[in-house]
Design a protein around this ligand. Structure first.
Ligand code: HEM
Ligand SMILES: [Cu+2]
Length: 616
């Protein structure tokens, strides 16, 4: 019950981690099933229809329900601590964001059980996603599930923008913010601009499918390329929404474990801003073959290649940070160091794809699959593992087991390259993407087998990680404040896990890497910016949960409103939109309750702080 009503950013971070982790496992199982099907030519382990559902759900789940929430988990768990704040700006909204994401994801995944999973690819291109070509409820689950989950992401983005702008500790100017905070700041800005696009797109798609509108229906004068534009105006920035936090994590980890200040901090900041900005200018590189014409293709080609410049700056700055540092090799830093060359490879194939004429060859081949997995798995997932090992003690008070961690790293790292390296060549040799099987003796057999074995190896790495979590959870909570000894930022100045109010006294920041700076000056802790006083805390609330359940019910209601039911009563409820309206009533009822109840929260008094014996 405590967990359903919590508004504490640290607990919400853990909720995001559990839910995201669960969806990551589901997406991983889908990936394994895909790879079993493709292990040998002409297998019929799954049918063509199921295969389409699997790739659609794998892509959609991984992007929206697995890695995004795990990023949100780290954002929630760490950002307020890194900037010396007591919570996020809007704790209630934070909880609402989590629950809408969760129920949206649940709705989407229920499609496997009721109504059939979406089968038009994670991009849901029209007309493939229209009623004509996808006549189960699959794509409805996609449009409504993502719509509900997207509300959560948008709320989270706004919340973190406000938190980072408004709630930094005294002395923490923008140019003293840790790199992870900077990355999350830019990411949140991208969310603010990118998610409305997909929201609108999904509304239009829903209207096309459920109410017979013709936005994208070509036969009725709609425009299918319009969907591609709307989708990618969201979709390309989305890739940067994913990768920028990973960049932030790598920056923290690399500087902590080389015992050096991040090389070129200010150029890192501007590179991040530039990447965020350019991320919006390049969406049509996904549409080179859609017939936009040579002028558009040339411009989008050039714009895309420009992104390599700030990205290169970041790569060299990480290398210069490592250069001459006193390196510690543990699981966290291994993932960070493994990230660098892997991500560079993904970047290089990205520049290859950005060349419009060459893309006519690569398009829709396994080359593309190899490219984006190098970026998303070799970049983002490596970054997330690095960040999880790094911040685990701060989140749970226990350091993850290093031996098991290293097994995870090596199996995952080797498995990853086995899976995806060969896919570049499969693509160049002409193996198309999104096909459920292929003929023997085309030169595809061996490489597909290698790829599938690699996928199993990654699965092993993931299982070892789960074992690690279980083993660690059985041990006492005894992690020190600063388990890596060389912590540089504010989160390492408070106990692990942090008390519910985070900082007993707001810290005073006197430079970049506030904690490290004090250590170098011979101080044991960061000075306080205020006397010990009563701390104001927000009250827990069940309303966010309730509002999200309402949206979930409404989603079902709209989806099945036109269906025929064997049971007359159930049919009556759905066909008259009673279910849909009931759901909306619950949601709006939640909003109403939130508006009329004036809850001022509660206080923790200085005496109680003394009892807890915590020093800020
Ligand atoms: C961890 C092991 C993973 C394996 C073995 C794996 C494997 C695959 C395979 C075999 C496909 C189908 C390619 C096709 O036939 O077109 C695919 C597609 C895809 N994967 Fe993964 N994947 C993994 C992780 C991820 C992650 C972490 C993400 C995103 C965060 C991701 C995102 C996607 C996307 C977006 C697609 C495209 C789906 C589509 O074509 O519509 N994958 N993956
Ligand atoms: Cu793109």
């Amino acid at each position: 019950m405590d967990w359903l009503t919590t508004v504490d950013h640290k607990k919400i971070g853990i909720l995001y981690l559990i839910a995201g982790g669960l969806f990551f496992l589901i997406g991983g199982i889908e990936a394994i099933l895909i790879r079993i099907q493709l292990m040998q030519p002409k297998l019929d382990f799954v049918s063509a229809q199921t295969f389409n559902e699997l790739i659609t759900m794998h892509g959609t789940t991984m992007i929206f329900l697995a890695v995004m929430p795990i990023i949100f988990a780290l954002m929630n768990a760490i950002i307020p601590l890194q900037i010396g704040a007591r919570d996020v700006a809007f704790p209630f909204l934070n909880s609402l964001g989590f629950w809408t994401f969760f129920f949206g994801g649940l709705l989407l995944n229920l499609s496997w059980i009721v109504g059939g999973a979406p089968d038009a690819g994670w991009t849901s291109y029209m007309p493939l996603a229209s009623n004509t070509y996808s006549n189960t409820h699959g794509v409805d689950f996609y449009s409504l599930g993502l719509q509900i989950a997207g509300i959560g992401t948008l709320l989270g983005g706004i919340n973190f923008l406000v938190t980072i702008i408004n709630m930094r500790a005294p002395g923490m100017t923008f140019m003293r913010m840790p790199m992870f905070t900077w990355a999350v700041f830019i990411t949140s800005a991208l969310i603010l601009f990118a998610f409305p696009a997909i929201t609108v797109g999904l509304v239009l798609l829903t209207f096309d499918r459920l109410f017979g509108a013709n936005f994208f229906e070509i036969a009725n004068g709609g425009n299918a390329v319009l969907w591609e534009h709307i989708f990618w105006i969201f979709g390309h920035p989305e890739v940067y929404i994913l990768i920028l936090p990973a960049f932030g994590i790598i920056s923290e980890v690399v500087s902590t474990f080389s015992r050096k200040r991040l090389f070129g901090y200010s150029s890192m900041v501007f590179a991040t801003i530039l990447i965020g900005f350019l991320g919006f200018m390049v969406w049509a590189h996904h549409m080179f073959t859609a017939g936009l014409g040579p002028v558009a293709n040339a411009l989008f080609s050039i714009a895309t290649m420009l992104i390599a410049v700030p990205t290169g700056i970041k790569i060299f700055n990480w290398l210069f940070t490592l250069w001459g540092g006193q390196l510690t090799f543990n699981t966290s830093s291994l993932f960070a160091i493994g990230f660098i060359p892997t991500f560079v490879m993904g970047g290089v194939t990205g520049v290859m794809l950005a060349s419009a004429p060459a893309d006519f060859q690569y398009h829709d081949s396994y080359f593309v699959v190899a490219h984006f997995h190098y970026v998303i798995v070799g970049g983002l997932v490596f970054g997330l593992f690095s960040g999880l090992f790094y911040w685990w003690p701060k989140m749970f008070g226990r350091v993850l087991n290093e031996g098991l961690g290293k097994i995870t790293f090596w199996t995952f790292f080797i498995g990853f390259h086995m899976t995806f390296f060969v896919q570049h060549f499969l693509g160049l040799m002409g193996m198309p993407r999104r096909v459920f099987t292929y003929l023997p003796n085309q030169g595809f057999d061996t490489m597909n087998l290698i790829s599938s074995i690699g996928a199993f190896l990654m699965g092993v790495g993931t299982i070892v990680f789960l074992i690690n979590i279980a083993v660690t959870a059985a041990k006492p909570k005894n992690a020190p404040n600063d388990p890596w000894v060389d912590g540089r930022t504010l989160e390492w100045t408070i106990p692990s896990p942090a008390p519910e109010y985070n900082f007993k006294q707001t810290p005073l920041v006197r430079g970049l890497d506030a904690y490290w700076k004090e250590k170098m000056a011979g101080n044991k802790e960061v000075p306080a910016a205020e006397p010990v006083g009563s701390i104001h805390m927000p009250s827990p609330s069940i309303i966010p949960f309730m509002m999200s359940v309402g949206l979930f019910i409404a989603g079902f209601g709209f989806m099945f409103a036109k269906d025929e039911f064997a049971n007359g009563f159930v049919g009556m409820l759905f066909n008259n939109y009673i279910v849909a309206i009931l759901g909306l009533v619950i949601t709006f009822g939640g909003m109403f309750l939130r508006s009329v109840f004036d809850d001022h929260g509660w206080h923790i008094e200085p005496e109680e702080l003394e009892d807890k014996g915590v020093k800020a």
